[in-house]
Design a protein around this ligand. Structure first.
Ligand SMILES: O=C(O)C(=O)C[C@]1(C(=O)O)C=C[C@@H](O)C=C1
Length: 262
């Protein structure tokens, strides 16, 4: 199965053993071993898994406290393996649909206390991807059989929400460009949404399009933005917003004219 997975995936392959009998094969073929939520407290298996020397992902059991969870990471370190990341998989609660509720506060606390990367397991549902990233998750884990659209939605939320709420500190040109690409992804998403909303205003205003331009409103929105972007300031923002607004007005006029010019 690992060989099959490798054929369609360029990234690292993590494997969760069913029992100690799986460990030799995992050592040979996997890039990391997952201490599954269901057996987090099987200390013998945890120790044996840590001894493989591969990076270990310690998933939190559905009833495990923060201390119990972090203790398992310490067990791995005690086996001489410091490549340990944590993964929040949710607690059993009376919620419908399996009754598992992600504890993002716990994930955050685990990250703050240990300085280790913390992943959040989303199963087959990308809905909380943005929330997990905003709460500080270093990575998202999806069920191996999650649908393509779910994976794409989680990835998109991670990029856009991450760019909005996380500050990164790139050290090289390549890294800085990667961060810029993520910020641009968020900008593109917001620009597209803004153009749609500006189109709504054009349809609702008594006089829409360029004929109904309201420079007073434009000055005031630039001033409000400058309060959030004081380094850029109103003078640098004004031409940027002028271009953004004009693009929205052109789009609205084109749409009103229709594909054949009305
Ligand atoms: O608020 C309006 O009246 C709009 O038409 C929207 C909008 C904008 O894109 O924000 C566009 C043109 C106006 O000059 C001012 C603002």
């Amino acid at each position: 199965m690992v060989a099959e997975a490798r054929a369609g995936w360029a990234g690292p392959i993590l494997v969760e053993p069913f029992s100690a009998a799986d460990l030799p094969d995992i050592a040979e073929q996997a890039d990391g071993v997952v201490v599954g939520a269901a057996w987090m407290q099987d200390f013998r298996l945890v120790r044996a898994a840590a001894k493989l020397g591969l990076p270990v992902i310690v998933q939190r059991g559905p009833a495990a406290t923060l201390e119990e969870w972090l203790a398992i990471a310490d067990y791995c370190v005690a086996e001489g393996n410091d490549q340990v990341a944590l993964c929040e998989c949710g607690s059993r609660t009376p919620m419908p649909g399996g009754g598992i509720t992600l504890d993002l506060a716990m994930a955050r606390e685990a990250r703050d206390r240990t300085g280790r990367p913390v992943l959040v397991a989303l199963g087959r549902d990308a809905e909380l991807a943005g929330a997990a990233v905003a709460a500080g998750a270093d990575g998202l884990m999806l069920a191996p059989d999650a649908e393509r659209e779910v994976v794409a939605a989680a990835r998109e939320a991670a990029v856009v929400v991450g760019a909005m709420v996380r500050r990164e500190d790139p050290a090289t040109v390549a890294e800085a460009r990667q961060v810029i690409d993520r910020v641009d992804a968020a900008l593109a998403t917001l620009l597209e949404r803004r153009a749609e909303l500006a189109g709504v205003v054009q349809r609702l205003k008594p006089v829409g399009g360029f004929a109904g331009r309201d420079m007073e409103r434009e000055r005031s929105l630039v001033a409000a933005m400058a309060r959030r972007a004081p380094v850029l300031g109103a003078d640098r923002l004004a031409p940027v917003m002028n271009a953004v607004i004009e693009a929205g007005l052109h789009l609205a006029e084109e749409r009103r004219a229709g594909p054949d010019g009305g």
